[in-house]
Design a protein around this ligand. Structure first.
Ligand SMILES: Nc1ncnc2c1ncn2[C@@H]1O[C@H](COP(=O)(O)OP(=O)(O)OP(=O)(O)O)[C@@H](O)[C@H]1O
Ligand SMILES: [Mg+2]
Length: 179
């Protein structure tokens, strides 16, 4: 058995370089995330946090470097396939669907899940985000900013991801939910 310190990485970013046109944004970035770990990426505005997370999700392609998820290189793998492999993503700015109800937005999260099962919302979602249970039939676009953020995180959890990638997850959320 491996000692705890040698636990296999869940996510490994190796020597990643990303450009927008000729603007070199990420330079030789290495990151490792082990199972059970919570890793926070902190930096000033415009430093490249969102760029890195988009690259992990396959929304941007690195010019150099490789990203591994559970030892599997993700090169050439589409964003939706990455989601089905078990990577949940909450983008900066939430991107919930405003004209769908809260319930419909949540059920959309099942599409990223590995197995197709019953189309229902597990009770843990409402334990984590009690407000959402009270507003299932409301349109997503009519929720407050913080409520939309809760909905976006809940939707990502619906797919039961092994790895959850959150971009500015606490933006607009009240401290009692953050903790
Ligand atoms: N689509 C784009 N085209 C060109 N440049 C971009 C694009 N998106 C971001 N950038 C630039 O890349 C750099 C990194 O942006 P990024 O959004 O990754 O920063 P961030 O660390 O997430 O910032 P914030 O804390 O404000 O969210 C910035 O200088 C930004 O202006
Ligand atoms: Mg950002």
């Amino acid at each position: 058995m491996l000692p705890l310190t040698a636990k296999k990485e869940m996510l490994k970013v190796v020597g990643v370089n990303v450009y927008y046109g000729e603007s070199h944004i990420l330079r030789d970035v290495d990151i490792q995330v082990h199972p059970g770990e919570m890793v926070c990426l902190i930096g000033r505005n415009g430093v490249g946090k969102t760029t890195l997370l988009k690259t992990i999700m396959g929304l941007l392609t690195p010019r150099q470097g490789t990203i591994y998820f559970r030892d599997r290189p993700l090169t050439g793998i589409s964003t939706d396939k990455r989601a089905r492999l078990g990577i949940g993503y909450v983008p900066q700015g939430r991107e919930i669907i405003p004209r769908l109800t809260v319930k419909e937005n949540l059920l959309l999260g099942l599409e990223a899940g590995k197995k197709k099962g019953k189309k229902e919302i597990p009770s843990e979602i409402f334990e984590l985000f009690p407000d959402l249970g009270q507003m299932l039939s409301r349109l997503g676009g009519n929720l407050s900013g913080g409520q939309q953020q809760q909905l976006a995180i809940a939707r990502a959890l619906m797919g039961k991801p092994q790895l959850l990638v959150l971009d500015e997850p606490t933006e607009g959320i009240q401290p009692s939910i953050i903790l």
